[in-house]
Design a protein around this ligand. Structure first.
Ligand code: GLC
Ligand code: CA
Length: 588
């Protein structure tokens, strides 16, 4: 078993050794059904990804995170896994997954896969066996089966809610079809929760980790990582039990300590990435000690509003909590569960929460403003110390698709809300690759993508943005190129340079990043060379300092200690010339 090396500080990372590649990586999230379709059935697949690896390499990504590709009834986009050691035929084969992992690695791109330890699919052989076995059996002990309460056990065993609405319990039926025991599912009824007190559950997952590390994956994302262990008494939430009966319990850390030993026993740098929806950065950091998970998604950052004081507080809290445990920070603006960035930033409320999303989806949105802010946010996140997650389509500036017909929506969050919550399909619409009309090169001409694409996405395709100065795609490419070439963005600590309200201004070595979140323009300080901006600067009269307009970010090189060796020509990224119909033209 290799010894674990604690990292000294979050900002000062050792020279990008393979062993700790995730410390400042750019990780691109692939939502497999919606990335690219290789066989023309309208659903994205592994063949589609393999064919598009050159695109991912041209973007400059270090790793891919794949949402689940396992055999699944797809009750929750594959987060209902029926077999952890195979690939769903709709996506390809295990051999194809192995080839993809190897092909990507040849291009210098590592692979992270998703493991969902909190639950399995109700189609998983374990759950089928549990249903067929009697109460109290070993087969049932891998799940949480309980008799109901009230007359005839008609009521669920406790008051826990499902994350997708309704009760977290469903009733099973006995051999003759009579109502029988209830089982726990924190998500949909098709996702029964595993009982982590069962040694069989622990052994199985340890084996699954090895199965995929053996196949060359460089990282494993741990889904719903704070929910695995439950208070064995399963107390009602109304009884306000403390600690919480299933969120962030002390005994969950034990699981990750054993997983860390497995990850560290492999060569080449294998990481564990936690999905932890915890508000308190210090609670989150408790998962990131030297003997637990290596890193976690910064979902507090994803939830932050477009507001300088709040964003700075979030950055400071993140860095402090991570530095204390020697783990690298991460920066996330979007993923397959939340409102797409340009839409969120185009609303009056620019923060994210699942509860608010169910309400605000009909609120007016200014996509030009949201896009402008998303461009600035890209330069902000890519300048912060740590790794960055980029959700497919973010690099194209895709908006949330909010007018999907209810009959086309697939997300259980939508279905179980009785249709009141729009759910998460709007951020999962297949990528537009090329052409002027759906399916935009996502699938073969004439095939129907599994979720319909808006007809107005022609200006957002990869083809339309490729090589076009100022497109969102070229902004990301330019920023990622610079990020790779500037040693300051790998190694230097973050130092705040200004306390002005409405602006974030920090240095990392000779690189200065300024983000104007206020409504007035600001002078670009003297003594800096402009490397990259998210929007054209206001050039004043000759002799005057250029000004950074609102909702704009700039990367500047300190002329006294240049962040960049040569005096490279400044790259001014202008907004896209063509906007989809119905978009307002950016005016300021
Ligand atoms: C995670 C996933 C989400 C899924 C849920 C249940 O939050 O990101 O998509 O629905 O876990 O597995
Ligand atoms: Ca397909």
């Amino acid at each position: 078993m290799a010894a674990t090396t604690p990292h000294s500080t979050v900002a000062v990372t050792s020279p990008s050794t393979a062993a700790q590649w995730w410390q400042n990586a750019l990780i691109y999230q692939i939502y497999l059904p919606s990335f690219a379709d290789g066989n023309g059935d309208g659903i994205g697949d592994l063949a589609g990804v393999r064919a598009r690896l050159p695109y991912l390499a041209s973007l400059g990504v270090d790793a891919l995170w794949f949402t689940p590709w396992y055999p699944s009834p797809m009750a929750d986009g594959g987060y209902d896994v029926a077999d952890y050691r195979d690939v769903d035929p709709v996506f390809g084969t295990l051999a194809e997954a192995e080839r993809l992992i190897a092909d990507a690695l040849e291009l210098g791109i590592r692979t992270i896969i998703d493991v969902i330890p909190n639950h399995v699919s109700s189609a998983h052989p374990w759950f089928r066996a549990a249903l067929a076995a009697p109460p109290g059996s070993a087969a049932r002990s891998r799940f949480h089966f309980r008799p109901g309460r009230g007359p005839d056990g008609r009521l669920p065993p406790n008051d826990w809610p499902s994350e997708f609405g309704g009760s977290a319990w469903s009733r099973s039926t006995g051999p003759a079809g009579a109502p029988a025991e209830w089982y726990l599912h924190l998500f949909s009824p098709e996702q029964p929760d595993l009982n982590w007190a069962s040694p069989a559950v622990r052994a199985e997952h340890e084996d699954v980790l090895r199965f995929w590390y053996d196949r060359g994956v460089a990282g494993i994302r741990v889904d719903s990582a704070s929910l695995l262990t439950k208070d064995p008494a399963l107390p009602d939430l109304a009884a306000s039990p403390d600690p919480h009966p299933y969120i962030d319990r002390e005994d969950v850390h034990d699981i990750y300590r054993s997983w860390r030993r497995i990850a560290d026993s492999y060569a080449g740098g294998r990481c564990l990435v936690g999905e932890l929806w915890l508000d308190d950065p210090e609670r989150l950091a408790r998962y990131l000690g030297a003997d637990e998970l290596h890193t976690a998604f910064n979902l507090a950052f994803l939830r932050s509003a477009w507001d300088a004081a709040g964003t700075r507080a979030c950055i400071d809290a993140t860095l402090a909590a991570h530095t204390a445990v020697g783990a690298p920070a991460t920066w996330v603006l979007c993923n397959h569960d939340v409102t797409r960035t340009v839409t969120r930033y185009g609303r009056t409320d620019t923060s994210f929460s699942f509860a608010a999303k169910a309400q605000v989806h009909a609120a007016p949105v200014d996509l030009a403003l949201g896009t402008r802010r998303a461009r600035a946010a890209a330069l902000l996140t890519l300048a912060l110390p740590g790794s960055v997650y980029l959700y497919q389509g973010e690099e194209l500036g895709l908006p949330e698709v909010e007018d999907l017909h209810p009959a086309r929506r697939r997300d259980p969050m939508h279905i179980r809300s009785g249709g009141t919550d729009p759910g998460r399909d709007g951020c999962r619409v297949p990528l537009p690759w090329s052409g002027a009309a759906p399916p935009f090169g996502f699938t073969r001409q004439g095939a129907e993508p599994w979720l319909p694409q808006p007809p107005g996405w022609g200006a957002l395709t990869i083809e339309a943005q490729d090589g076009v100065p100022g497109s969102m795609l070229e902004l990301y490419r330019a920023a990622l190129r610079l990020r790779r070439s500037l040693p300051a963005l790998r190694d230097a600590a973050l130092e705040w340079l200004s306390d002005d309200a409405g602006v974030l201004s920090f240095a990392r070595g000779g690189l200065r990043c300024m983000v104007n979140m206020s409504s007035r323009s600001l002078p670009v300080p003297a003594g800096y060379e402009v490397l990259l901006t998210s929007h054209a600067l206001d050039r004043g009269r000759p002799g005057e300092l250029p000004r950074l307009p609102p909702d704009t970010a700039a990367w500047l090189s300190d002329t006294r200690r240049p962040a960049i060796a040569s005096s490279a020509a400044p790259t001014v990224a202008r907004p896209p010339a063509v906007l989809p119909p119905g978009w307002r033209t950016p005016d300021s």
